[in-house]
Design a protein around this ligand. Structure first.
Ligand code: NAP
Length: 486
């Protein structure tokens, strides 16, 4: 990764102060880095709420994109996103625009931060896939009352994040990687991560590789978290699991992260803009400070990183300056006092916490080819046509059979939210107004013309909303069955 060196020999970093508590946390981290004397220069740019208010719908203006394209390293405060309506998240936009495909989220027991797990020496890392999955945000209303979100997972995306997890484990001298998925239910999407993990783990015989179902992973993390070292998982699972793991060591105030791509790295806290604490000078800035420590290591500034990490631990161990989230309002110091305390502890180290011997991550390189998975044969065996109708399943089934009689493919079944309802199963599915009609062709390829013929016949009486081809790749079905489908 090429970083930008200024005329006076400093490493240039784009700083995005962010929204809510972001500026206070980022100011604290910058003050601490500057106190180490590390040769870092800052280019301040903006994203998020203040940019939305300027009418820039992406939340990320061109000058911010230009700065990151130049510096390739970002220290970022959290950005607020409207919930349930309006603009896309500027965070996710930044991660995706710069293809930061993996998000490394470490948590470790901190001396002087009491939790129900204190003394168990927790030290684990969630590596979250960062650009795919439900976070691609490809959503549609299929009917006025039915929403869908497309969960896109690629072999290439899986390979990138799995290799990052193993390379990160090696760089930190870690010995175990768990892959956590919901592949028992989502066999194609979550299953692709599991299969990719099983393939790639063979290239890392020095590291123990295990698969775990994500819900059990959540259970095990609460019950016996010390069994984990590195956990690699899909985007949505990783989002949730990393908030959980932060709570094991004291909460979101202590959880840093690094968004890693082949070209750009963005360092930020796991937490959001916590608007209720904005401007009160009482927020815990440790998560952003520890994100800055990760950034310094990324920039090769290992001594400054160690000075800050040690000083943070000593500050908590001494217990003279602790923030509101740990000791409550009565005993809390201000963010400014905490920041100064960390600086005053430069040069000291904690007896209870030793810094890892971290080596730079060897970032894997990836093929630029778009179609990295090649097959020697494929067949369109059928098509799923999603329709909107207020008819019940039997009326719909008989209507569709009448309309499509004599077509190239025949109706195999109809499902409602994934459960077969036609031919009837005699059960009690509470149908809504969106159905999937599955047509199969017994032999040969179902052509586009034959699919269009089916759709135009259906459209004479029933409104269709969406279609999906059912393809076999090298003889293997590229679709899953409905619940109750034979
Ligand atoms: P949040 O900002 O992370 O805050 C949730 C709670 O976590 C806070 O109320 C507070 O808990 C605790 N917390 C967060 N940061 C803390 C810190 N530095 N020190 C101590 N405690 C801290 O989550 P949210 O309220 O769900 O989201 C607010 C906004 O942030 C939303 O617009 C969301 O989209 C955005 N967001 C941005 C990012 C990002 O930029 N990467 C990530 C997540 C969310 P208590 O109430 O118990 O004190």
């Amino acid at each position: 990764m090429n970083i930008h060196i200024t005329a006076d020999g400093k490493k240039l970093v784009t700083v995005i102060p962010g929204d809510g508590v972001g500026p206070e946390c980022v100011d604290s981290a910058i003050k601490i880095i500057e106190a180490t004397g590390a040769p870092i220069a800052w280019e301040v740019r903006h994203a998020g709420e203040r940019v939305f208010k300027q009418g820039i719908a992406s939340g990320v203006p061109q000058e911010t994109i230009d700065s990151i394209s130049k510096t390739r390293v970002v220290l970022k405060g959290p950005l607020g996103t409207p919930v349930g309506y309006g603009e896309k998240s500027a965070n996710v936009t930044l991660r995706k625009l710069f293809e930061t495909f993996g998000n490394i989220r470490p948590v470790r027991e901190l001396p002087g931060v009491p939790t129900p797990y204190s003394g168990r020496k927790l030290d684990l890392v969630v590596v979250r896939e960062n650009v795919e999955d439900l976070y691609a945000g490809i959503e549609h209303m299929q009917t006025p009352g039915v929403a869908q979100c497309l969960k896109l997972i690629s072999r290439k995306g899986c390979e990138k994040v799995v290799r990052l997890a193993f390379e990160f484990a090696r760089a930190e001298g870690r010995t175990k990687v768990h892959c956590a998925t919901k592949s028992n239910i989502m066999k194609m999407t979550e299953g692709l991560l599991k299969r990719t993990f099983e393939d790639i783990s063979k290239e890392y015989p020095d590291i123990e590789a295990n698969h775990i179902i994500i819900d059990n992973c959540a259970h095990q993390l609460v019950k016996k978290p010390e069994q984990f070292d590195v956990i690699v998982t899909t985007n949505m699972n990783g989002d949730i699991m990393s908030d959980l793991t932060s709570a094991l060591v004291g909460g979101l105030g202590f959880a840093p992260s690094a968004n890693i791509g082949s070209e750009v790295a963005i360092f930020e806290a796991v937490h959001g803009s916590a608007p209720k604490y904005a401007g009160k000078n009482n927020i815990n800035p440790t998560a952003v400070i520890l994100s800055a420590v990760m950034m310094l290591r990324h920039l090769g500034e290992f001594d400054a990183a160690a000075t800050i990490e040690n000083a943070v631990m000593v500050t908590w161990e001494e217990g003279k300056f602790r923030t509101r989230d740990v000791v409550g309002d009565e005993l809390a110091c201000t963010t400014t006092e905490y920041t100064d305390a960390v600086i005053s502890n430069f040069g000291k180290s904690s007896a209870a916490y030793s810094i890892r011997d971290v080596k730079p991550i060897t970032l894997p390189t990836f093929s630029a080819e778009r179609d990295i998975v090649k097959v020697s044969s494929r067949r369109v065996a059928g098509v799923d046509i999603f329709v909107e109708t207020a008819l019940g399943p039997i009326d719909l089934g008989t209507t569709i059979e009448r309309l499509t009689a004599g077509s190239a493919a025949t109706l195999k079944m109809i499902s409602n939210r994934g459960t077969r309802v036609y031919p009837p199963t005699g059960t009690i599915t509470d149908c809504i107004d969106q159905y999937r009609c599955r047509f199969m062709k017994a032999e040969g390829n179902l052509t586009d013309a034959e699919i269009l013929d089916l759709m135009s016949k259906i459209a004479t009486e029933i409104q269709w909303a969406h279609i999906e081809k059912l393809q076999e790749f090298d003889g293997a079905a590229g679709w899953t069955k409905a619940q109750g489908e034979d």
